[in-house]
Design a protein around this ligand. Structure first.
Ligand SMILES: *[C@@H]1O[C@H](CO)[C@@H](O)[C@H](O)[C@H]1NC(C)=O
Ligand SMILES: *[C@@H]1O[C@H](CO)[C@@H](O)[C@H](O)[C@H]1NC(C)=O
Ligand SMILES: *[C@@H]1O[C@H](CO)[C@@H](O)[C@H](O)[C@H]1NC(C)=O
Ligand SMILES: *[C@@H]1O[C@H](CO)[C@@H](O)[C@H](O)[C@H]1NC(C)=O
Ligand SMILES: *[C@@H]1O[C@H](CO)[C@@H](O)[C@H](O)[C@H]1NC(C)=O
Length: 288
């Protein structure tokens, strides 16, 4: 059953790609590639593409995610269907002191007015912590795997800092930040989907996973603002502003950022069912 589901999702992806390539499913204006990386909707590298709430920066062929207080993180991976991206944490400033390279900006701090937040999939190794941290609900025990991490990867800089802790992101406390500062912890590393029962040499590359909220229909002031959003018109929306809402017979698709025809949606499901069953149609009733 699981295999069948995977097959369905896989063929769904192929078909959606085919339909999209042939112009059957429209997409909101995508931004051009950054180096070799394609930019999915709603991410935006410029004023006339993507959704302006979802800004990222393209510089010298690399994508950067800008956080508060002038710190920036390289984007390593984007998963548009899961609405997630992974940035590279900055590591230590140098190998002489146990301080994060982004200590000045107090770690990663996101603007909580924007639709990005720190997902619940990160495990953070916090190092060079003060005794104040012990009152918080982190695992700072002498058995915490953070000690193994320091022994194996950060001995030179952090070997002398006695307190380290491990915690998972995802609570309301760290929905918008992985914070470092003198009174708490001064350095950190982060891992996505870490299985802490694994020995440190099997841990993945460091990463911080960031999640984005599904984009809403573009806001508008007049009819003219919706001319780019096919099959929509400027109507008052549920939160009291005006948006390019989909016309009757169309549905907002937040992955592609378009109003998609309900009829075409049905047709693509029909094509999908044909595609899935064609091996039976072709090779099926040979016995008879
Ligand atoms: C940004 O830096 C300023 C000055 O160092 C500081 O007062 C402020 O709290 C910092 N903001 C954040 C979100 O860390
Ligand atoms: C720990 O961090 C503080 C700043 O908060 C720094 O002054 C100190 O040198 C660091 N300790 C080590 C062992 O690097
Ligand atoms: C901290 O982590 C260690 C090792 O994984 C575990 O044995 C211990 O129960 C944890 N303590 C708390 C308070 O979660
Ligand atoms: C760690 O502390 C010891 C003794 O205090 C000192 O000799 C050593 O240089 C320190 N190592 C680092 C990397 O700071
Ligand atoms: C982060 O944003 C997503 C999407 O809006 C939401 O489902 C999730 O609950 C948020 N996480 C936190 C910790 O606020």
């Amino acid at each position: 059953m699981k295999e069948l589901n995977h097959l369905l999702i896989f063929t769904d992806l192929i078909i959606v790609t085919l339909l999209w390539r042939t112009g059957f499913i429209a997409t909101a204006k995508l931004c051009p590639n950054c180096g070799r990386t394609a930019l999915p909707f709603p991410l935006s590298t410029g004023p006339d593409c993507g959704d302006q709430q979802y800004k990222v920066r393209c510089q010298m062929g690399k994508l950067w995610f800008d956080a508060l207080n002038d710190s920036s993180y390289e984007i390593m991976l984007i998963d548009p269907l899961a609405q997630r991206l992974v940035v590279r944490p900055p590591g230590l400033a140098n190998d002489k002191s146990c301080m994060a390279a982004d200590f000045r900006s107090q770690g990663i701090q996101l603007n909580d007015n924007l639709p990005f937040n720190v997902s619940g999939s990160n495990t953070v190794v916090a190092m060079n912590c003060s005794t104040e941290i012990l009152q918080l609900s982190l695992n700072c025990s002498t058995k915490s795997p953070c000690h193994d991490y320091i022994r194996s990867k950060a001995m030179k800089a952090c070997g002398n800092s006695s307190i380290c802790c491990l915690y998972k992101t995802g609570g309301s406390v760290n929905a918008y930040k992985i914070r470092v500062r003198e009174q708490r912890c001064s350095a950190y590393e982060s891992f996505v989907n870490l299985d802490i029962s694994m020995p440190v040499n099997k841990w993945p590359e460091p990463g911080v996973e960031i999640e984005w909220a599904a984009p809403r229909e573009p806001v508008c002031e007049s009819v003219a603002d919706c001319l780019d959003s096919v099959n929509s018109a400027c109507f008052p929306d549920a939160v009291g502003q005006r948006s390019c809402l989909c016309k009757a017979g169309f549905q907002w698709n937040p992955i592609n950022g378009v109003c998609q025809s309900e009829y075409k949606l049905l047709l693509s499901r029909f094509l999908l069912s044909l595609y899935v069953s064609w091996p039976n149609l072709v090779f099926g009733s040979k016995e008879s």
